[in-house]
Design a protein around this ligand. Sequence first.
Ligand code: B1M
Length: 230
Amino acid sequence: MSDDEINLKELPDDEIYELMKEDLYDGYAKEIVDEVSEMLSRGHQPYDILINGLVAGMDIVGIDFRDGILFVPEVLMAAKAMKSGMAILRPLLAETGAEKIGTMVVGTVKGDIHDIGKNLTSMMMEGAGFEVIDLGVNNSVENFMEAIEIHKPDIVGMSALLTTTMPYMRVVIDALKDAGIRQDLIVMVGGAPLNDAFAEDIEADAYCRDAAVAVETAKRFMQIRREKTR
Ligand code: B1M
């Protein structure tokens, strides 16, 4: 919806959230930027704007994509709009002044180019005080191993959004075992098609339903790790 038609200042909060979902669906990046900024100026928390506006909008896109109502170009536009909103929220979510509590190497696995959920998780982890080395998308086992060698992280995070790419997580975990470093790392996995049973099956340490769970899980594991080394 164009700014010429709507004066955001006149709308109540719930209508702006509705508008965000519509504009995300339509891939209107500029409008999303304006709406995110307006909600911030009203004192809404960055996390609430992310969940109630951007993530809620992307959920609707996902349903219509699945049902053949939206196609790849439209979904890409929606993803671009989502990223423009996330770009504003990112520094705010990361701005907690928290002490560094650990390091995570994270990436989307080979064959998979979905990165919105991974980026969101990275943002939230940074906000919680983790250093995050984000490998981007379509990562081979070699990419993960090289980054682990260089950055010596506490945590390895993997993301997959496709049922065809999620099995690749096992390939990475098996490589960690073969290299004799599996026990030194906390392995967390996430992505819409995963679940606890899958994580257990591939011998990951945890499945993270969403970015907030990823943060809680990482903190919990780091706490356990610190207690062990005391
Ligand atoms: Co894709 N796509 N897509 N797509 N896409 C899905 C995943 C799909 C479910 C849509 C559908 O049919 N309903 C479906 C997968 C079906 C399946 O395998 N079961 C699908 C398909 C089929 C495809 C293509 C094959 C389509 C085609 O070309 N025919 C193709 C594959 C490309 C490839 O990867 N090789 C494709 C392409 C694309 C786009 C490029 C158009 C675009 C991606 C743009 C981008 O990411 N830059 C896209 C999008 C946007 C989606 C949907 C609509 C939205 C995904 C998303 O960003 N969600 C998606 C439908 C859906 O999931 N509802 C769909 C919002 C995000 C915040 O949630 O990613 O789940 P999510 O992340 C959450 C948690 O899962 C968790 O925390 C996040 C935040 O709370 N999490 C982690 C995620 N990663 C984590 C890592 C962690 C921890 C937690 O590490 C520790």
